[in-house]
Write a protein that binds this ligand. Structure first.
Ligand SMILES: Cc1cc2nc3c(=O)[nH]c(=O)nc-3n(C[C@H](O)[C@H](O)[C@H](O)COP(=O)(O)O)c2cc1C
Length: 203
């Protein structure tokens, strides 16, 4: 099938900053198995986002370079794909911290408002981040993001899914990532303002 639009830009956020993180590997694998209608890019600057402090907002852009870069990247993206680990039955502070910054109005606007988002997550345990993803969904909802309801993807026993070099070694997971990214492409297409306007015009 020929794409009828330029690839949608999807910014990928990993809730883990760890170099060999399973969640980063999962996002790289998602990029490898996505349809040509999506262009996935892993955001590498989450570690430069300071701890949330409303006072910092008043010190100007100099004190907020990490936040500014993240806001701009999110604003420029057609959609987000977030992979979260689970820490103590919830999402990691790194991710919650970034989302708290992104939830504020800013020179780039309210960048999460009506932003199409898909979520997934990998953990080494047997539950595959079910609690973390539930908490993440709730936070994103509060920020006005539009979280794709299905398909869900909980990656348990993450260490057994990848080769030593970080490449995906699990055909079923590769197929799930392909399904999820196809669904994300449709989710973005259906929520785009031009699609919504066309629906209103056509009744
Ligand atoms: C502080 C801490 C708390 C954790 N809590 C949980 C948990 O509640 N549930 C779970 O399934 N895994 C838990 N884990 C395991 C992580 O989900 C697992 O190490 C995961 O692979 C980390 O993500 P990463 O590989 O992307 O860095 C915890 C790990 C850490 C370091």
């Amino acid at each position: 099938m020929t794409a009828s639009h330029p690839p949608y830009r999807v910014l990928c956020l990993s809730g883990s900053l760890r170099r060999d993180s399973w969640n980063r590997r999962l996002l790289r694998a998602a990029a490898a198995h996505a349809p040509a209608t999506l262009s996935l890019q892993l955001y590498e600057g989450l570690g430069q986002v300071p701890l949330f402090d409303e006072d910092l907002e008043r010190t100007g852009p100099k004190g907020l370079a990490g936040v500014d870069a993240l806001r701009s990247a999110v604003a420029a993206a057609d959609g987000l794909l977030i992979a979260t680990p689970e820490y103590n039955h919830s999402l990691p502070g790194v991710l919650k911290n970034a989302l708290d910054w992104l939830s504020l109005d800013s020179p780039q606007g309210e960048v999460l408002d009506r932003k199409p988002v898909a979520i997934t997550g990998a953990s080494t345990g047997p539950w595959g981040t079910r609690l973390a993803q539930t908490a993440l969904r709730q936070v994103l909802h509060a920020c006005g993001a539009l979280v794709m309801p299905a398909p869900t993807l909980f990656v348990a026993s993450a260490a057994s899914r990848f080769e030593d070099d970080g490449m995906l070694a699990d055909e079923a997971l590769a197929a799930s990532l392909h399904r999820m990214t196809i669904a994300l492409e449709r989710w973005i297409a259906q929520l785009r303002p031009d699609t919504q306007e066309a629906r209103l015009v056509c009744g």
